[in-house]
Design a protein around this ligand. Structure first.
Ligand code: SAH
Length: 236
C-alpha cells in the first residue's frame, strides 16, 4: 500500500540551514537553466486565456520561468529562504532590483525588479499570509511541495489554499520513484495524498506523466523516476 511505501520518508527533515548551504556550495542540481518544458507545454491551461495575472512561485529558487512570465506581462511573486538564490536570479537575467524590508515579517525583505513586475520575498513561506502577499490567479509549483518536509506538507497546502483567488489555477509537478531507495528531497508524494491534501478545495486533474530518469537518479540508486503534472482548479 502507498502509505507503507512513503513511510520511509515521513520523518525526514531538511533544515533551512541545509538549504542555504546547498546554495552556498552550488549543490543545486534541481535548478533548470533552460526552464521547465512542462510549463511551456501547459502554459495555456494555467493561464486559461487570461492576461495580466498575479502568479505565485512558492520556494522559487532562481527559477527562470519567473522571467518568462514577467516578460509576458504577468506579475510574479516568489518566496525563497536563500537570498543568494534571489540575487543570482536578478544577476543572471541582468535585471536591476531594489530591496525593501517587509514590515509585517521580522527579518524578511523583498527584492523587486525595478520595472516592478517581479517581487521576491526572502523569508520562509510559513511567514507569509494573504494579508502580506495577497491572493493569486495562478501558481507554478515545481520543486516546492516535493521539497517541503513531509511533516510540514499539510501546513504548506493549507497555506497555499488560503493564497488562491476564486477561479485560479495551480500547476503542480510531483515526482514518482521508489521512496525506499532515496531519502529525498525531492520527496515522493503519491496521487492519493495530493487528493487528500487538496481534494476538498479544488478539482484535480492529472495532465501527464513523463519519464525524467537520468544519470543523477541512477547515482541515487533508483531505476525509474517520473514527473507527474497536475492542474488544480479552484472553482468559485
Ligand atoms: N522551485 C525551484 C527551487 C526548488 S528547490 C526550482 O524549480 O528550481 C527548493 C527551494 O526551496 C530551495 O531553493 C530552498 O532554498 C527553498 N526553501 C526550502 N524551504 C523553504 C521555506 N520554508 N521557505 C521558502 N523557501 C524554502
Amino acid at each position: 500500500p502507498e502509505g507503507a511505501d512513503t513511510g520511509s520518508q515521513k520523518d525526514r527533515v531538511v533544515t533551512e540551514e541545509e538549504w542555504l548551504q546547498k546554495w552556498e556550495t552550488g549543490n543545486i542540481g534541481f535548478h533548470k537553466e533552460q526552464g521547465h518544458p512542462l510549463l511551456q507545454k501547459h502554459l495555456d491551461v494555467l493561464l486559461n486565456g487570461r492576461s495580466g495575472l498575479r502568479i505565485f512561485f512558492p520556494l522559487c529558487g532562481k527559477a527562470v520561468e519567473m522571467k518568462w512570465l514577467a516578460d509576458m506581462g504577468h506579475s510574479v511573486v516568489g518566496v525563497e529562504v536563500s537570498e543568494q538564490a534571489l540575487k543570482d536570479f536578478f544577476a543572471e537575467h541582468s535585471l536591476p532590483y531594489c530591496e525593501e524590508p517587509v514590515p509585517e515579517i521580522s527579518g524578511a525583505k523583498t527584492l523587486q525588479s525595478t520595472s516592478g513586475n517581479i517581487s521576491l520575498y526572502c523569508c520562509s513561506i510559513y511567514d507569509l499570509s494573504s494579508s502580506v502577499v495577497g491572493k493569486f490567479d495562478a501558481v507554478w509549483d515545481r520543486g516546492a511541495l516535493v521539497a517541503v518536509n513531509p511533516c510540514d506538507r499539510q501546513r504548506y497546502v493549507s497555506l497555499m489554499i488560503t493564497l488562491m483567488e476564486k477561479n485560479s489555477s495551480y500547476l503542480l509537478v510531483t515526482v514518482s520513484y521508489d521512496p525506499n531507495k532515496h531519502k529525498g528531497p525531492p520527496f515522493y508524494v503519491p496521487e492519493s495524498e495530493i487528493k487528500s491534501l487538496f481534494g476538498n478545495h479544488c478539482e484535480i486533474k492529472c495532465l501527464e506523466q513523463v519519464d525524467d530518469f537520468s544519470d543523477k537518479h541512477r547515482r541515487w540508486g533508483l531505476d525509474y523516476f517520473l514527473e507527474v503534472l497536475y492542474i488544480l482548479k479552484f472553482v468559485a
